[in-house]
Design a protein around this ligand. Structure first.
Ligand code: PLP
Length: 351
């Protein structure tokens, strides 16, 4: 049932849905799985193309395999808007390219990548490869996109796609990797024969059932569009309010090609961590960098890839709205934040 619910959401067959323990695991399975399959076919030093702003669940395995000398990796840059250019993907393709992994929407700045366009270019390249032992596969991490964007794998024309249960109001500890029929990837764990032997180990049944139900609730495109509009309206009120009420502020990433729930803003002359703590005391939860990197003092790799300085990156915070965000909450933030920033700027050594 849950597998069928996921398959309907993705517009694929239920045999193409593989449950994992998280999206991190699904991303790792996609990268290692494709590389190990290429190595089995004796591809010499397979090449991966990814972007500089991917989630660590994609960058981590790519860097690991690169450090071991097993693969070559191209990390595509992004411009100030945080968008990967499809033409850059095309230019980066080499004879040993086996995988392109570009996220659908970014977790820190919410920018939406031109997945269908990139896919078209890859498919065109594949059609020109004759007598090849392998084709270039395309993976997208759609974890952040699932709530807001169409994840029809036929329209996106991807070979592999990752989802996470808890990013669609489902339970934690469950992910999905879509693997297009006919695509052979190797497992990264060995044992039983669950999930067609691609992901052995007893499944998290409760998590999977919850994931299916959560996905079922967001699959209706019409209600999704309505909900997106409501969230976007609130986000724009927050964003415009901050940008006009507080000087020295600017939006990170694209305004247009952006998830409706994301506002990532830099504040001149203040530390993001200080803003986060001050807002926390007022009952407002924001983040600096990605949730996975919180606790790290390194500036966000995503903001650095946009061309921000260390100081600018450290002075940024992310507001994430959701299905249950209310206008009163936005008004409360707009009423609270200017005073917080003013106070922090007065005592800031960064002035
Ligand atoms: N990919 C993206 C884009 C994410 O935002 C996250 C989590 O925030 C993950 C992967 C990892 O998901 P999980 O927590 O299910 O491992």
């Amino acid at each position: 049932m849950a597998r069928q619910q996921l398959a309907e959401f993705l517009n694929c067959s239920s045999t193409e849905v593989f449950f994992t323990g998280s999206a991190t695991e699904a991303d790792n399975l996609a990268i290692f799985g494709v590389i190990k399959a290429a190595q089995r076919k004796a591809v010499v030093k397979p090449h991966i193309i990814t972007s500089a702003i991917e989630h660590p669940a994609v960058l981590g395995p790519a860097r690991f395999l690169e450090e071991l000398g097993e693969i070559e990796t191209t990390y595509l840059p992004v411009g100030r808007e945080g968008i990967v250019k499809a033409s850059d993907v095309e230019k980066a393709i080499k004879p040993n390219t086996v995988l392109v992994s570009i996220m659908y929407a970014n977790n820190e700045i919410g920018t939406i990548q031109p997945i269908a366009k990139i896919s078209q270019l890859i498919k065109k390249k594949n059609s020109l490869i004759h007598n090849s032992k392998f084709l270039i596969l395309f993976h997208t991490d759609a974890v952040q996109a699932a709530n807001y964007l169409d994840c029809d794998v036929k329209k996106l024309d991807v070979d592999l796609l990752t989802l996470s249960g808890h990013k669609v109001y489902g339970p934690k500890g469950v992910g999905v990797l879509y693997v297009k029929k006919g695509i052979v990837i190797e497992p990264i764990m060995f044992g039983g024969h669950q999930e067609q032997s691609l992901r052995p180990g007893t499944e998290n049944v409760a998590g999977i059932v919850g994931f299916g139900e959560a996905i079922n609730r967001i699959k209706n495109q019409e209600s999704r569009i309505k909900s997106n509009e409501k969230i976007k309206k609130l986000r724009d009120k927050l964003l415009d309010g901050i940008l006009t009420k507080i000087s020295g502020t600017y939006l990170n990433g694209s305004r247009e090609n952006r998830l409706p729930n994301n506002a990532n803003i830099s504040f001149k002359g203040v530390e993001g961590e200080s803003i986060l703590m001050a807002l926390d005391q007022k009952g407002i939860a924001v983040s600096t960098g990605s949730a996975c990197a919180s606790g790290s003092l390194e500036p966000s790799h995503v903001l650095m890839a946009l061309g921000l300085s260390h100081q600018q990156a450290h002075g940024s915070i992310r507001f994430t709205l959701g299905r249950y965000t209310t206008e009163d909450e936005i008004d409360y933030v707009l009423g609270t934040l200017p005073e917080v920033i003013e106070r922090l700027r007065e005592i800031s050594p960064l002035k």
